[in-house]
Ligand binder design. Structure first.
Ligand code: ADP
Ligand code: ZN
Length: 794
C-alpha cells in the first residue's frame, strides 16, 4: 500500500496537545525565498499529495495566498503553504505560479488547523484543504456590473465643485424635477438630440447624488425609458460608464435587538461565557443543562458579547436542515437571520457567503460541520450545540469529528469555544471533570416547568395484543391525553412499516441483493428498500424464492405500522408521521413542526428527527415504543447514545406549564440506561458509564482506531485482513483485535472486514499506525479505510 509522505506530519492526541499547546510558530508574512530564486510550496485541494513546489514569478507570494497553478494539463487553484521550501525538484523544471487570486489569503490559524487534522486523521493535507475550498467560485474575482452616472458637468454637485464652492444648498434632493425649482439648464452638446426621453434621464440623475451608481435596466425603468435610450445617451458622453463590484449586502445581527430577562442562574452562566469571550483567548466551556433550561438563550448572550467585539461567530448544529425553529429564534433575538452554511446551500449562495466571510463581513454563521473550514479572518466564538450528536462525526472521506476540531480551530484562532448539551458526550464530561473544560451548569427548566415523570412499562408483564406493539397502559394514557386536548408523541427509531418481510410458506427473508441487510417495508411508498445502499423494489405479489402468493408477512414495527395501530383505537385523532423519508425538504419539516406547535396535530409519530430541539408547549405525553432498541450492539457507545436519545425524546414532554409524562416500553427494565432514566438522577448514567469505560480502557480513557478493508472478492479481503493483522506492531499499550467481518459484512457488493486498534492514552496511535500501514502492500481491488476515534461500527 502506498501512502504519501505528506500523511506523516506530526502526530498527537487531540486532548494531549490541548493540555500543552505548542506555541504557534511565528510565521512572518514576508515573501518566501528559495535558493537562487523564489520557490513556493503550493498545496492543492487534491487527495494524496502534499505541497508541490512552484516558482514565484515576482508576485511576492506569501503563505496563505490563493493561487492558480498548472498541474499536468490542468489548471488548479491552491494555497501557498507554510514556510520556505528547499527545492527538491531541479529549479529549471519548476513551473511558475500563474496568478495570485483576488481574495483574502487563508489565515495561519486555518492552515494550522488543516495540517493538524490531516496528521491526526491520517489524511492527505490536500484532502483536508479541499474542505476549506468548497466554494471554488468564491476565489474568482468578484463579478462586476455595468453602471452609469451623469457626466459631472451636468450635475449640481459637479458644477458646484467646478465653482470651487462648498455651498451646501446644492443638495441634490432640492434639485429634483418634481420640486421644479432651480432646474439646471442642460448644456446639450451640439449635434446631440435632446429628446424627451433623454431629458428625463438627465433630470432624474440630477436629482440623485453624483456618484450614485445606476444599473442601465433600473435607470430605464425609473425614467420610463428603455435601456437602448440609456445606451444611446452614454454614446453622446452625457453619461459616464463604470463597473461596480457585485456585493450583496450581508445582514448585521443587532446584539441589543431583543434582550431577554435571564433568571439569576442563566445570568450567571451567561456572564461566565461572556467573560471568556471578553478575554479574547482560547477557552472551552461545557454548557450543560436539561432540555428547556435555556442553554440557547444563554449562549445567545455570548454571541451578543462577541458581536460587540466585532469578532466573528460560528454556531455548529448537528442537523441544520432541521433547524427552522432555531433560525427563527435567532432572528427574534438579533433582528435578522444569520448566514447559513451546509451542503444543500446552492452554489451562488456559497460563493457569496464564503467570500463575505473571508472579507470579514459576516458576523454570525450557523452551519453543519463543514462550516468549520470557512475562511474566518477573526473568529472569536464557536458554539457547538448538541455537542454529543454523532452527526458531527464525518464518516466518509476525512474522518474528523467536528466537535473536537471546533476545539482545535478555537485554539488556533484564540476563540472561546462553548459545547452545549443536555446530555454531554462522555469525552466532554471527562474533560469537564478533569478541569480541562469549564463546566457551566443550568440545572433546572426555565419558568418552573418540571422535568417529565418517567415510567417504564415492562412488556414481559403488560403484553401488547397479538400483532400489536402498544401495551394497554400506553394506549390508555394516549386516549386520556387526546381527550384532555393535549398532545402526544410516539417515538420509534425505525423508518417504514416493518424492518423485515418474510415468506410464511418457505421462510425466505427479503434481503438486499447488494448488502447483508434486510429490505425495509415502506408501505406508504409501496416499496421495499435497503437503508444502507438505497436499493429499492416494488412490493412483490409473490415470494421471490418459492413463488407462493400473498403469503409475505411483515415482522416487527416501523413508525408506519404504529400509526396504523393508533388509528384502530383512536380513529378520530389527528395524527402525523415525522420521518425523514416522508419529508422531502427542510420546508416540509418546518411546516409540520409549525402545525404541531399550533395544536393541529394530536399525535405525532416519528423517528429521531422528531426528538431534535423542537419546543411544543402542549405536548404532555411521550411514549417510547421500543426503549430497548439501540441499548446493545457492536458499538461500545450504544448505551451512551441510547441515554442521550431517550433523554432528548423525553425532554420534548411538558416543556411549558403542563406537566409531562414519559412511558418507556421495555423488555429489559433492569438495563442501566433504563434504570438511570427512571431514577431521575441525571448524573447517574455518566458516572457509572465512565467507570465502566475506565475499567475497559475504552474512550475517553483509551484510544481507538478502526481499520476497514473492503473489496469485491471475499477471499481476497480475508487474506489482506489476515496479512495486516500479522504485521501489526507488538507494542505495549497497542492492541489489535480482529479481523472480523463487519456487522454489515457486505455493503454495495463490497465484502468488509474490520480490525480494531485499542491503544493506551499515552501511546502514539498515529505513529504506530503509520509505521504499520506503510509497510503493507495491498492489491488494487482492496481498499483500506482508517478511522481514528471511530463512531460508526457498521
Ligand atoms: P434549551 O436550549 O436548554 O433546551 P431553550 O433555550 O430552548 O432551552 O429554552 C427553553 C424555552 O424556554 C424556550 O422557549 C425559551 O425561549 C424559554 N426561555 C428560556 N429562558 C428564558 C428566559 N430567561 N426568558 C424567557 N424565555 C426563556
Ligand atoms: Zn443494500
Amino acid at each position: 500500500m502506498k501512502i504519501s509522505e505528506t500523511m506523516f506530519c506530526t502526530s498527537g492526541d487531540l486532548l494531549a496537545s490541548l493540555a500543552s499547546p505548542e506555541t504557534a510558530e511565528e510565521e512572518s508574512q514576508k515573501p518566501l525565498k528559495g535558493e537562487g530564486g523564489r520557490i513556493v510550496p503550493v498545496l492543492l485541494p487534491l487527495p494524496l499529495i502534499g505541497p508541490y513546489d512552484y516558482l514565484d514569478p515576482g508576485l511576492d507570494l506569501c503563505p496563505g495566498d490563493f493561487v492558480r497553478v498548472s498541474l499536468g494539463r490542468r489548471e488548479v487553484k491552491g494555497v501557498v503553504w507554510g514556510a520556505e521550501r528547499a527545492g527538491e525538484v531541479a529549479f529549471e523544471k519548476l513551473k511558475a505560479v500563474q496568478e495570485r487570486l483576488d481574495v483574502p489569503p487563508m489565515t495561519e490559524a486555518l492552515r494550522q488547523t488543516i495540517d493538524w487534522i490531516a496528521a491526526y486523521t491520517l489524511s492527505p493535507q490536500g484532502a483536508v484543504l479541499r474542505m476549506a475550498m468548497s466554494a471554488p467560485a468564491a476565489l474568482e474575482s468578484p463579478t462586476t456590473s455595468l453602471i452609469y452616472r451623469l457626466a459631472p458637468a451636468l450635475h449640481p454637485q459637479g458644477q458646484a465643485h467646478a465653482r470651487d464652492s462648498d455651498d451646501e444648498t446644492a443638495q441634490p434632493e432640492e434639485k429634483t424635477c418634481e420640486t421644479g425649482q432651480e432646474e439646471l439648464e442642460i448644456p446639450w452638446p451640439k449635434g446631440v438630440r435632446a429628446t424627451a426621453a433623454r431629458q428625463r434621464i438627465v433630470r432624474f440623475l440630477q436629482g440623485m447624488p453624483l456618484d450614485y451608481p445606476m444599473a442601465p435596466a433600473l435607470l430605464a425603468t425609473e425614467t420610463g425609458t428603455s435601456p437602448a435610450v440609456v445606451r444611446g445617451l452614454a454614446e453622446t458622453g452625457l453619461l459616464e460608464r463604470g463597473q461596480q463590484e457585485d456585493r450583496v449586502p450581508i445582514n448585521s445581527p443587532n446584539p441589543h435587538f431583543a434582550v431577554p430577562n435571564l433568571t439569576e442562574r442563566q445570568a450567571n452562566a451567561a456572564q461566565d461565557l461572556c467573560k471568556a469571550v471578553d478575554s479574547g483567548a482560547f477557552s472551552v466551556a461545557l454548557l450543560e443543562g436539561v432540555t428547556g433550561s435555556g442553554k440557547t438563550e444563554v449562549y445567545f448572550e455570548a454571541i451578543a458579547q462577541c458581536l460587540q467585539q466585532n469578532r466573528q461567530i460560528l454556531v455548529l448544529l448537528p442537523e441544520i436542515a432541521l433547524s427552522a425553529q432555531w433560525l427563527d429564534r435567532f432572528a427574534r433575538r438579533f433582528g435578522v437571520p444569520p448566514e447559513v452554511w451546509h451542503s444543500d446551500v446552492g452554489q451562488a449562495a456559497r460563493r457569496r457567503t464564503w467570500r463575505a466571510i473571508a472579507e470579514g463581513r459576516v458576523a454570525v454563521t450557523v452551519g453543519a460541520r463543514s462550516a468549520l473550514f470557512l475562511p474566518y479572518p477573526d473568529l472569536g466564538l464557536i458554539i457547538v450545540d448538541e455537542e454529543h450528536e454523532q452527526a458531527f462525526k464525518q464518516e466518509e472521506g476525512v474522518g474528523y469529528h467536528a466537535r473536537d476540531m471546533a476545539v482545535l480551530r478555537g485554539r488556533y484562532a484564540s476563540a472561546a469555544v462553548v459545547l452545549a448539551s443536555a446530555t454531554p458526550s462522555l469525552e466532554s464530561q471527562a474533560n469537564a471533570e478533569s478541569g480541562r473544560y469549564r463546566h457551566v451548569l443550568l440545572p433546572e427548566r426555565h419558568g418552573g416547568a418540571q422535568l417529565p415523570k418517567i415510567e417504564a412499562i415492562d412488556l414481559r408483564v403488560a403484553k401488547p395484543g397479538r400483532g400489536q406493539f402498544l401495551s394497554p397502559a400506553l394506549r390508555e394514557k394516549l386516549l386520556k391525553t387526546v381527550e384532555a386536548g393535549e398532545q402526544a408523541m410516539l417515538f420509534l427509531n425505525r423508518r417504514g412499516y416493518a424492518p423485515l418481510t418474510l415468506c410464511r410458506t418457505c421462510g425466505h427473508r427479503l434481503e438486499c441483493p447488494n448488502c447483508s441487510a434486510w429490505l425495509v417495508d415502506h408501505r406508504l411508498r409501496r416499496i421495499l428498500q435497503c437503508h444502507h445502499c438505497g436499493h429499492s423494489m416494488p412490493y412483490p405479489e409473490q415470494c421471490p424464492a418459492c413463488g407462493a402468493e400473498g403469503d409475505l408477512a411483515a415482522c416487527g414495527p416501523g413508525v408506519e405500522r404504529i400509526a396504523e395501530e393508533v388509528k384502530t383505537f383512536l380513529p378520530e385523532s389527528r395524527m402525523a408521521l415525522m420521518v425523514s423519508d416522508l419529508l422531502r425538504s427542510p420546508k416540509d419539516v418546518a411546516a409540520l413542526v409549525a402545525q404541531m406547535a399550533r395544536r393541529e396535530i394530536d399525535i405525532l409519530i416519528g423517528t429521531q428527527i422528531m426528538a431534535k430541539g423542537h419546543h411544543f408547549p402542549f405536548l404532555t405525553l411521550v411514549g417510547v415504543v421500543d426503549a430497548d432498541l439501540g441499548l446493545s450492539g457492536e458499538d461500545f457507545r450504544a448505551s451512551e447514545r441510547s441515554w442521550q436519545l431517550l433523554n432528548q425524546v423525553a425532554g420534548r414532554a411538558g416543556r411549558a406549564e403542563h406537566p409531562g409524562h414519559v412511558l418507556l416500553q421495555t423488555y429489559e427494565p433492569e438495563n442501566p440506561v433504563i434504570q438511570a432514566l427512571l431514577s431521575g438522577d441525571r448524573d447517574r448514567f455518566p458516572r457509572e458509564e465512565l467507570i465502566r469505560r475506565h475499567r475497559a480502557g475504552m474512550p475517553p480513557f483509551g484510544r481507538l482506531a478502526a481499520l476497514l478493508l473492503s473489496g469485491p472478492d471475499a477471499a481476497q479481503v480475508d487474506e489482506c485482513a489476515l496479512l495486516l493483522a500479522r504485521r501489526a506492531p507488538r507494542e505495549d499499550g497497542f492492541q489489535v483485535m480482529g479481523p472480523a467481518p463487519a456487522p454489515l459484512s457486505i455493503l454495495r457488493g463490497q465484502h468488509r472486514r474490520r480490525l480494531l486498534v485499542k491503544a493506551h492514552k499515552d501511546c502514539s496511535l498515529q505513529q504506530h499506525l503509520r509505521a504499520w500501514l506503510s509497510d503493507v502492500k495491498l492489491p488494487h481491488a482492496v481498499r483500506l479505510r482508517v478511522d481514528i476515534d471511530p463512531h460508526g461500527f457498521l
